[in-house]
Ligand binder design. Structure first.
Ligand code: NAD
Length: 299
């Protein structure tokens, strides 16, 4: 079975390496020449173009930044053949990029229209998860396609969840990250309020982490230094999960909220707060650094 892996960036290269290390025949490609060189240096087989990599492939995995990149690569641009044109008939297309639900559904439809199979399979776990093969995959597609892909995804991750039909992997990702954004802001606001009331960080942590305020944003990604020594707050908010990426994911949440008409005021406010955060230095900082802007904006 030949697997084409396209998009060898921060996430894609370690994922492709883990897939190859598990014994699969993987050929990689990236439009950035430096990424192809890095892959070759890491011992991965590489191709001269995406179409070359996908020619006669049984599985085509993509790990790009945006939905437009995925759809353009699938279709081909400017009359040139796309990935869908060259893969083995009935090949499985697995898109691991984080893109909008409707873009994912469009990608499924394009693949199915020419007789291929397709899954959306975004991930969480970051670069560390990609390197250590501990990613969580959220997968949308049919039962049969999920069952076929499961061993491949398990070579790159630890938790592989079938969320339902086309686009529902992306739906799970966007909903989870909206919870995360809102809860990280709420935890940061609580610490700043506690500071103003004379409450120590440790005392608030000791209470909330054992009470109903307990959540990942507090007990793993604690936005103040001290209580959780491994949290980004202890290293000047080096990511972790950068503000720019949270802002991107909340843009996808906003798109989904508008498309569905859901009354998600907290999600939309989080979107606004992280858009402002990512417009400045926050873009490159961990998203828990939003606590600094809350402090700065407080009277
Ligand atoms: P990245 O920018 O490092 O990598 C994307 C790569 O895709 C780039 O190297 C780019 O050149 C390549 N690319 C774009 N179009 C291409 C094409 N047509 N053919 C071949 N290569 C192409 O991004 P990343 O950090 O690896 O993230 C990838 C995706 O995963 C994004 O959608 C991101 O939102 C998501 N994600 C990232 C993280 C993270 O911590 N970095 C965590 C979870 C999810």
């Amino acid at each position: 079975m030949k697997i084409a892996f396209l998009g060898l960036g921060h996430m894609g290269l370690p994922m492709a390496k883990n897939l190859a290390a598990s014994g699969h025949d993987v050929v990689g490609f990236d439009v950035a020449a430096a990424a192809v060189s890095a892959a070759a240096d890491a011992g991965l087989a590489t191709a001269g173009s995406g179409v070359d990599a996908a020619t006669s492939a049984d599985v085509v995995i993509t790990m790009f930044q945006t939905g437009a990149q995925v759809l353009d690569a699938y279709r081909g641009a400017g009359g040139a053949p796309g990935l869908l044109d060259v893969a083995t008939p009935g090949a499985l297309f697995v898109d691991c990029s984080t893109i909008a639900v409707d873009e994912a559904r469009a990608a499924h439809a394009l693949a199915e229209a020419v007789g291929h199979r397709s899954l959306d399979a975004p991930v969480s776990g970051g670069v560390v998860g990609a390197e250590n093969a501990t990613l969580a995959f959220m997968v949308g597609g049919t039962d049969e396609d999920f069952a076929f892909a499961q061993p491949l995804l398990e070579a790159m991750g630890r938790r592989v969840v079938h969320c339902g039909g086309a686009g529902l992997g992306q739906a799970a990702k966007v909903c989870n990250n909206m919870i995360l954004a809102v809860s990280q802001i709420a935890v940061a606001e609580a610490f700043v309020l506690g500071e103003r009331l004379g409450l120590s960080h440790q005392a608030l942590f000791d209470v909330a982490s054992n009470a109903s305020g307990q959540c990942w944003a507090l007990t793993t990604n604690c936005p103040v230094p001290g209580p959780v020594p491994t949290s980004p707050a202890n290293r000047d908010y080096q990511p972790g999960f950068a503000g720019a990426l949270m802002n991107k994911d909340l843009g996808l949440a906003e798109h989904a909220i508008e498309a569905t008409g859901v009354d998600a005021r907290m999600g939309m406010l989080a979107r606004q707060i992280y858009r402002d955060f990512a417009a400045g230095e926050g873009a490159g900082k961990d998203f828990s650094g939003v606590i600094d802007t809350i402090r700065a904006d407080s009277a």
